[in-house]
Design a protein around this ligand. Structure first.
Ligand SMILES: [Zn+2]
Length: 187
């Protein structure tokens, strides 16, 4: 497995100007080990998680579904012939789309985040799991994972949609709470 730059979404740090932070798989593994020792919380509802699968994706089963998760999970069960077909398609310049209606956080906005399409492509010699954000008047790309192992990149692409959607939900809730506090102070 040759991961050049395998990045995944993590809990956003709103203090940063872009509103988003990234961490490597390595860092996430460390977090997972710590999490297994101390348990971890669901990034959507903040409940404590105990199931290792839930901890790995930082989402409980209910919140995973509520965030649109599960639709593409079966794609990973494909046989080798199908994986070879996908590699061929991507290397020929094709893309595989994994949903167009994901949310992506817009910190401070309590109404909604951005819409995002998640896709897999082959670019500059490596597979990429990336999102296309539909921002007002423009589109913006965000790369979630990049590497030589299509199965790894595909798994990250499947995780990206529900993860970002759950984070967008949290971001809206947080913005709503802040607005409520501000209104209380003003009155
Ligand atoms: Zn939850």
């Amino acid at each position: 497995m040759n991961i050049e730059l395998n990045m995944i979404l993590t809990w956003p740090e709103w203090s940063r100007p872009c509103g988003f932070s990234w961490t490597s798989i390595q860092e996430r593994r460390m977090t997972m080990e710590q999490a297994q020792a101390t348990s971890d919380r669901c990034m959507r509802c903040n409940r404590i998680l105990s199931n290792p699968h839930s901890i790995a994706r930082s989402l409980g089963p209910v919140c995973y579904k509520k965030s649109g998760g599960g639709v593409f999970d079966a794609d990973l069960q494909a046989d080798e012939k199908e994986w070879a077909r996908r590699e061929e398609l991507l290397k020929a310049g094709g893309e595989i789309d994994l949903g167009v209606n994901w949310d992506y956080p817009d910190p401070g906005n309590m109404i909604r985040g951005y819409s995002m399409r998640v896709s897999v492509r082959f670019k500059d010699g490596a597979f990429e799991a990336y999102g296309c954000l539909y921002k007002p008047g423009k589109e913006e790309e965000v790369v979630f994972a990049r590497g030589q192992d299509l199965k790894v990149i595909y798994r990250e692409a499947i995780a990206a949609g529900p993860t970002a959607t759950a984070q967008a939900y949290q971001a809206r809730k947080q913005a709503f709470r802040q607005a409520k506090r501000a209104a209380r102070r003003a009155s």
